[in-house]
Design a protein around this ligand. Structure first.
Ligand SMILES: [Zn+2]
Ligand SMILES: [Zn+2]
Length: 158
């Protein structure tokens, strides 16, 4: 366990008692796992980032977001989650940072864009099913890894 300041500890204690069905686990990222019903958090972030990021993942959790969506749905899900984060911030007396939310959405948009580029000709591909894409120019098909927290990998199908 990384030593956390009382402010962070108090927030975690409060959230764990308000959401008894959700587990909170230390990690190097912030992430909601639908399968594990667990919110992963990075205890090293400074409180302003820590608190809003934690509540953002809690927003995904309370909205019951799972891991399987098409890219076009993901952006909508992120928007919903940030909206909910705002409500949760009010409830828990945490300053909601509009810029932080917008920057996150921009990063997300950019990530989705990169995912959709053909590894060969860099033309925008079409998403076929969950993580499979096809280039509209050269018809190359490829698969992306599933997590936006992992480095983006493109695996080219034979
Ligand atoms: Zn999110
Ligand atoms: Zn191509």
């Amino acid at each position: 366990m990384v030593a956390m300041n009382t402010q962070k500890q108090n927030l975690l204690i409060r959230l764990s008692s308000d959401f008894v069905d959700i587990s909170f686990k230390e990690s190097d990222i912030f992430k909601w796992s639908y399968k594990e019903k667990t919110i992963y958090f990075n205890p090293l972030e400074k409180y302003t980032v820590f608190s809003i990021s934690l509540l953002h993942e809690l927003a995904h959790a309370t909205l019951n977001h799972d891991e399987y969506h098409l890219d076009i749905e993901l952006l909508k899900i992120e928007r919903e989650a940030w909206q909910k984060t705002k409500e949760l911030c009010e409830k828990y007396n945490i300053t909601f940072n509009e810029n932080f939310a917008e920057n996150n959405l921009d990063t997300y948009r950019n990530w989705l864009h990169l995912r959709s580029l053909c590894p060969d000709c860099k033309v925008n591909g079409m998403q076929l099913s969950n993580l499979n894409y096809r280039c509209l120019a050269c018809f190359r098909e490829w698969t992306n890894n599933d997590s936006r927290f992992k480095r983006l990998h493109k695996r080219i199908k034979k």
